[in-house]
Design a protein around this ligand. Structure first.
Ligand code: NI
Length: 214
């Protein structure tokens, strides 16, 4: 199979797999991340196949979508071997996927490769701006979280575990994660896009709290 065939098959596999996913990590999210990663990649010197494959597979084994984290990356690993992707390329793709998920405000996941930097940026860009706002409330709803509770203050999570177990209202998530993302972009292309999306979220929050007070 050539790269194009593998990409097409992977797209079919992922879109089918995420068909009934409604917590903000649906196929449209994956497809936006893939397109954004390829857009960022235009300005970087990187392996396009690794970048696109990692973008397509980045949420497949995500801890947020699973009951426990016993099988780290096992679905992606199985899929890559089924597609006969050579060992070296497969391990590059898996290492990108490892870097991508956000593990709490105090936990730095610095990308080691340009491909990881690109896919991490693309995934983080999809968590902010108008899309980010919509996805955040969809995810909160899927976890039975309140939209807003003035009694519950937000908290900065120092480690992965406390972030994972967080149960606060969705609006707190803006302060715990989303407003921090603008300063955590790796590439110049993403920095510029993040800036605009960040301002949009700030305006949204300002209006939100204004409406809560009246
Ligand atoms: Ni994602």
């Amino acid at each position: 199979m050539n790269h194009q065939e593998i990409l097409t098959k992977t797209e079919q596999y992922i879109s089918e797999k995420f068909k009934n996913e409604f917590s903000g990590h649906d196929w449209q999210h994956v497809n936006r991340v893939r397109k954004m990663a390829l857009h960022i990649a235009k300005n970087e010197n990187c392996n396009l196949f690794v970048t696109e494959m990692a973008a397509l597979l980045h949420d497949l084994d995500d801890w947020k979508l699973k009951a426990d984290d016993s099988e780290i990356n096992s679905l992606s690993k199985d899929w890559l071997s089924k597609m006969n992707v050579d060992k070296q390329t497969a391990s590059q793709i898996l290492s990108v996927i490892d870097t991508v998920s956000f593990k709490g405000a105090g936990v730095e996941t610095k990308p080691k490769t340009i491909e990881a930097a690109i896919v991490q940026d693309a995934d983080r860009l999809d968590a902010i701006g108008a899309i980010g706002i919509a996805r955040t409330f969809a995810y909160g709803g899927s976890k039975n979280r309140a939209i807003y509770d003035p009694e519950i203050k937000y908290e900065m999570h120092k480690d992965f575990d406390s972030y994972k177990k967080g149960t606060g209202p969705t609006i707190n998530h803006f302060f715990e994660k989303l407003l921090l993302l603008k300063d955590r972009m790796n590439t110049q292309t993403a920095v510029i896009i993040a800036e605009k999306r960040h301002i949009f979220m700030e305006n949204f929050l300002e209006q939100f709290f204004k409406e809560c007070e009246t």
